[in-house]
Design a protein around this ligand. Structure first.
Ligand SMILES: CC(C)(COP(=O)(O)OP(=O)(O)OC[C@H]1O[C@@H](n2cnc3c(N)ncnc32)[C@H](O)[C@@H]1OP(=O)(O)O)[C@@H](O)C(=O)NCCC(=O)NCCS
Length: 383
């Protein structure tokens, strides 16, 4: 038995070997399968990055074409799933629906495919495709609108915007949406990915692993910071109000949403890329308010924290909520959009876990009592 030290939240504990993702927190670098996030976001589609994550290498043009066709064939929702979305309790969160839909989908898949431990994540690409369609359909039903069937001539990101809004997006909007999904596709052993691996390590199906991962992402300490960034920007209101707002927020010991990261000690490389998208989108849509407020807040916050000797930088969530808002995505869908992007990462980790599996079984540091006298129930007194 190697390390038996207690690390709350498993901080610093190495739980498995992995070739999928490397985060260099000191220098603000991120790689999927050895490729820099900058190269992937600028030069690949979400489908191409999904292929990379699931097969470990970039596809040839022919491989990409057939993979893309398979992913796109999985986009349309069956009447049963559409019925389920319509009937889901209207007050429920979209993440609760997503988690349930993934479990439900598994009921339609042949037992032997679900349980063939070596290949099923590559055979169940419809999981990735359908998450986007479910999010779009839910939004439309809750707006009292009709389901928009998918198109197979659009990228994953552009098709999502099409199914959400019912009209073909501006090609640049589609490209930015797709690139945002690439940026969210993988991030090593975060809570949802680790959850997916733990479930996969029991040799459960990839559906139950993905469904569990969605449950983990739903929690406010994991997904959801970008939604809170947008609420913060609305609260600030104008660029001129940044300084007084920050003064008050810091005096009240509030956390500045979208700032700081457990691993990065430099600006999150994904934030650098999303910031460019926000600037570009803002100019094109004639709304530069989000960008101006966020840049001013970044400058002012950094100045304050440097004075205290604690430089804190923006993370991926700092600019992404504003980008989604400019793409017409409501804040309640931000965490589901995160799930749309992260699904290939979860599947890649499930495959890797199975390729050299050992069930996860850490120990607890027992701090309870021992040797208590057993009292029969009839003799137990209340109070
Ligand atoms: C992400 C986060 C949980 C990391 O927490 P962490 O690992 O404890 O952060 P650090 O160890 O780097 O914190 C160093 C110091 O900076 C402070 N700090 C970190 N992030 C801060 C923020 N966003 N606003 C204000 N102060 C912050 C910490 O409170 C800590 O102060 P202390 O030394 O007085 O206790 C934290 O930065 C945070 O809550 N950020 C806002 C929420 C968010 O954007 N989450 C999405 C993450 S992808």
């Amino acid at each position: 038995m190697a390390n038996t030290e207690y690390a709350k939240g498993l901080e610093g504990v190495i739980a498995a070997e992995s070739k999928i993702c490397r985060i260099d927190g000191e220098n603000g670098k991120l790689f999927y399968l050895g490729y820099s996030i900058e190269d992937l976001a600028r030069n690949t589609s979400f489908e191409e990055t999904t292929y990379l994550l699931l097969y470990g290498e970039l596809p040839t043009p022919t491989e990409l074409e057939s993979f893309r066709a398979r992913m796109r064939a999985g986009r349309d929702l069956s009447p049963a799933v559409l019925h389920m979305i319509k009937e889901f309790p209207p007050q429920s969160h979209p993440m609760e629906l997503l988690q349930s839909v993934i479990s439900y989908l598994s009921g339609y898949v042949e037992h032997k495919i679900q349980h063939s431990a070596y290949c099923n994540c590559r055979d169940t690409l419809h999981q990735i495709s359908q998450i986007a369609s479910v999010v779009a359909a839910l939004h439309r039903f809750r707006q009292g609108l009709e389901y928009v069937p998918p198109r197979s001539d659009l990228s994953h990101g552009a098709n999502f915007l099409y199914m959400l809004h019912g009209e073909e997006p501006d090609p640049e909007d589609g490209r930015i949406m797709d690139a945002c999904l690439v940026l969210h596709a993988e991030h090593s052993f975060n809570a949802s990915t680790f959850t997916a691996r733990v479930v996969a390590s029991t040799l459960s199906t990839c559906y139950s692993s993905v469904s569990a991962a969605i449950g983990a992402l739903y929690g406010s300490l994991h997904g959801g910071a970008n939604e809170r960034v947008l609420a913060m920007v609305d609260e600030i209101g104008t660029k001129d109000n940044v300084e007084p707002w920050l003064e008050k927020a810091l005096a009240e010991k509030r956390k500045i949403m979208g700032m700081g990261h457990r691993v990065y000690r430099a600006k999150d490389p994904r934030a650098i890329i999303i910031e460019e998208y926000l600037q570009e989108l803002g100019k094109r849509k004639g709304n530069t308010q989000y960008y101006e407020i966020l840049k001013e807040l970044e400058r002012a916050f950094r100045e304050r924290m440097e004075e205290k000797g604690k430089p804190i930088y923006p993370n991926v969530d700092y600019f992404s909520g504003a980008v989604y808002a400019l793409l017409g995505i409501p804040a309640r869908l931000f965490t589901p959009v995160f799930a749309m992007g992260r699904a290939p990462g979860w599947l890649a980790h499930i495959l890797e876990q199975r390729s050299d599996n050992r069930i996860y079984r850490p120990k607890a540091l027992y701090v309870g009592e021992l040797g208590k006298d057993f009292v029969p129930s009839s003799e137990r007194k209340s109070g």
